[in-house]
Design a protein around this ligand. Structure first.
Ligand SMILES: Cc1cc2nc3c(=O)[nH]c(=O)nc-3n(C[C@H](O)[C@H](O)[C@H](O)COP(=O)(O)OP(=O)(O)OC[C@H]3O[C@@H](n4cnc5c(N)ncnc54)[C@H](O)[C@@H]3O)c2cc1C
Length: 274
């Protein structure tokens, strides 16, 4: 049970949302609520006193071409994003997450901004060098600030946001969804399970990019791994594992097993993209 009374707010605009965050101590943005609600039930330390539901904000629900970019709202459900045909690697990745009913609830922004270890939706966005459009609450009488930054610059194990910063959308350069891609995902039990390892790979000309989830407590893309794979292909595996550092071990799989899975995934992906 959630111990405290919680104020529920449902703003219509991004400005109203960040203004609500500034006026309500202990406020958090609410998207699908699948991570934040159980966390509030489990631990009083979350100190959740107000929920700002972002699902009505039009800018957070875009799913369209904006000039030479594909823009995807942070409040879109994973099902809605995966129903489009504009970004096949993103669709394949999202369809691997949970089942269809659950994906109707989970949002793109909640997956990337959340703190669960997997955050698989981040993989295609990291590979595509997506940018993040956001809005930061006003400081001392000034106006709220809108920003657009590269996801890779603000993704360091987690999405690093300013206090009260609200993610509105992710924008992907139009050419990125055209790159040849591959996606591999291995679970311990049925396909509807958290991944032991997920690997996404793209080829942009001679350049190979790899991003992985499940192998660490956070998604990773490494410039050193990309450079080694682009130069040496399968022979780069030792350099790739050095770049990624030790893989995690938990009750579902040993680090050695994850290494073996990831090696197979990388070899298979390189063959598919050759
Ligand atoms: C049954 C089930 C199976 C799952 N399986 C997988 C899986 O296989 N792979 C995987 O990657 N994930 C999986 N998940 C995790 C799931 O993807 C995340 O919990 C989910 O994406 C969180 O999204 P949400 O919209 O519910 O976020 P919420 O719970 O609403 O929010 C999560 C956090 O992000 C913040 N936030 C949300 N939106 C924004 C925004 N726009 N700007 C700033 N902050 C924001 C919130 O304040 C909160 O702190 C699973 C979840 C469930 C329930």
């Amino acid at each position: 049970m959630i111990a405290a009374d919680i104020t529920y707010l449902r703003p219509d605009t991004a400005e109203e949302a960040v203004d609500a965050w500034s006026r309500h101590e202990g406020a958090r943005y609410l998207a699908g609520g699948t991570e934040i609600t159980p966390a509030a039930r489990r631990t009083a330390a979350l100190d959740l006193r107000a929920c700002i539901d972002i699902k009505r904000i039009a800018e957070a629900n875009v799913h369209e071409m904006c000039g030479d970019r594909l823009c995807l709202g942070a409040a879109l459900s994973l099902s809605d994003v995966a129903a489009g045909d504009a970004f096949p690697l993103l669709n394949a990745t999202l369809r691997g997450i949970a089942d269809h009913s659950v994906r109707n609830r989970l949002t793109l922004g909640g997956n990337v901004a959340g703190l669960l270890p997997y955050r698989e939706a981040a993989l295609p966005l990291l590979l595509a060098d997506a940018t993040v459009r956001s809005i930061v609450p006003a400081q001392e009488g000034a106006q709220a600030i809108r920003r657009e930054r590269k996801l890779r610059e603000i993704f360091d194990k987690r999405l690093v946001l300013a206090p009260g910063e609200l993610v509105l959308s992710f924008c992907v350069p139009i050419e990125a969804p055209e790159w040849p891609w591959s996606h591999h995902r291995k679970t311990r039990t049925s396909p509807v399970d958290y991944p032991l390892v997920t690997a996404g790979m793209v080829r942009d000309g001679d350049s190979i990019r790899l991003a992985i989830a499940g192998a660490h407590p956070y998604p990773v893309r490494s410039d050193a791994a990309d450079a080694a794979l682009s130069k040496d292909g399968p022979a780069a595996l030792p350099a790739v594992f050095e770049a990624f550092g030790p893989l995690r071990a938990d009750s579902r799989a040993s680090a050695e097993y994850r290494v073996a899975l990831l090696k197979n995934m990388i070899r298979a992906s390189l063959e598919e993209l050759a």
